[in-house]
Design a protein around this ligand. Structure first.
Ligand SMILES: CC(=O)N[C@@H](CCC[C@H](N)C(=O)O)C(=O)O
Length: 377
């Protein structure tokens, strides 16, 4: 039997940024190879750091997909754990170490007996930055026999208890759009602002003005998020900054609202640049982070299953403004994403985020039970 906690802790120590998950890939491959030794009904293919494993069913009627993401975040870990990240500056602060371990644990269960239907396990890179699920799909990784008929996946959630599974029959996560804005002015001596054109001041006006998009342009009943998580300008106190870089994200529950928000960001950036006499470069990149839309029938089936499972507290939950490139895969293949409770006081992406590992055994049991039913239908 796999030691789930040891696996999770090993993976936790080697977080890597999207599409650079080389050690993670090697760890997963080694673990998987050991698990499938002698199982002639299993095949594997890789794409960059991603892995797709197919269990060929004995009398397949369909192919059921299970997806996990494998990348970490550029966050300096502050958990103080003895198994904290050994990759300085990177952390599994979004729980993908838990996701991978759960997938391995479920895979182990599904390998015990050859199932009737095919099962596809996707270990996907770059959920956080490059929409690895979309890249793999567009590269043809799921073409032909590798195309699932249904796709399932989960995300851990700190504010839910171990034992909670939460989802809904519609939109679960927002669609996102990454935003990069660079103001370019004229640098100079701090003492002679009249000879310079300060990009830092312009960026400051920009970041405060975009706050009005949600308060003044977005339908309050619908809502949206505009967050700039990074702003870099200047080098020292007495030099006027020539350039200012801002990096942010838009979150909306519909594409129309995403389009409106993108339009307003562009207008405000161009307006600020004009009013300060600077140039501005705006990059809006939605990529594969479409809203995560659960398939209503499959979600109803999954929710009914978990509602009846002993020890599971099924919650019908409202959408959250998190993003996920699983939204892209669900736009191609019907399926369901759900939250799994990990009961910790710190939010996703927080440097102290530390899941309750009891969620591993709980998750493996109940997800395997669900997939066993799907694999036998
Ligand atoms: C679950 C989660 O936290 N996902 C990320 C996805 C990021 C998408 C994209 N890089 C962006 O920043 O817009 C999230 O931040 O919600």
């Amino acid at each position: 039997m796999l030691d789930l906690i040891a696996i999770r802790r090993a993976l936790h120590q080697i977080p890597e940024i999207g599409l650079e998950e080389v050690k993670t890939h090697a760890y997963l491959m080694a673990t998987i190879q050991e698990m499938i030794a002698g199982k002639s009904f299993v095949e594997i293919k890789t794409w960059q750091t991603g892995i797709v494993l197919k269990i060929n069913g004995s009398a397949p009627q369909k192919t059921i997909g299970w997806r996990t993401d494998i990348d970490g975040l550029p966050i300096i870990e502050d958990t103080g754990l003895e198994f904290a990240s050994r990759h300085e500056g990177n952390m599994h602060a979004c729980g993908h170490d838990m996701h991978m371990t759960l997938a391995l644990g479920v895979l182990e269960q599904m390998l015990v007996h050859q199932p009737k239907n095919n099962l596809l396990f996707l270990f996907q890179p770059a959920e956080e930055n490059e929409a690895g699920g979309m890249l793999m799909y567009e590269a043809g990784v799921f073409d032909g026999e590798y195309h699932p008929d249904e796709f399932y996946g989960l995300h851990v959630r700190p504010d839910l208890k171990v034992g909670d599974i939460a989802t809904n029959t519609g939109t679960l996560f927002a669609g996102t759009c990454e935003v990069k804005v660079t103001f370019k002015g004229t640098g100079g001596h701090a003492a002679f602002p009249q000879h310079a054109n300060d990009a830092l001041v312009a960026a400051s006006y920009f970041v405060t003005q975009v706050q009005t998009i949600v308060s003044r342009n977005v339908d309050p009943i619908e809502g949206a998020v505009v967050t700039f998580g990074s702003m870099h300008a200047g080098t020292t106190n007495n030099v006027i900054a020539e350039t200012a870089h801002l990096h942010g994200t838009i979150r909306t529950l519909t594409q129309e609202m995403n389009d409106l928000t993108q339009k307003r960001i562009r207008e405000i950036a161009e307006g600020v640049a004009l009013s300060f006499g600077l140039s501005v470069d705006i990059e809006l990149r939605q990529g594969g982070y479409l809203p995560v839309e659960n398939n209503p029938e499959l979600a109803t089936e999954l929710m009914t299953f978990f509602d009846q499972a002993e020890g599971v507290n099924l919650i019908d939950i409202a959408p959250a403004m998190t993003g996920e490139d699983f939204g892209y895969l669900l736009s191609k293949v019907p399926g369901v994403m759900f939250w799994l409770g990990i009961e910790t006081p710190y939010a996703l992406h927080h440097p102290k985020m530390s899941p309750d590992e009891r969620a591993l055994a709980f998750g493996v049991k109940h997800i395997s039970d669900f997939l066993k039913v799907k694999a036998a239908q």
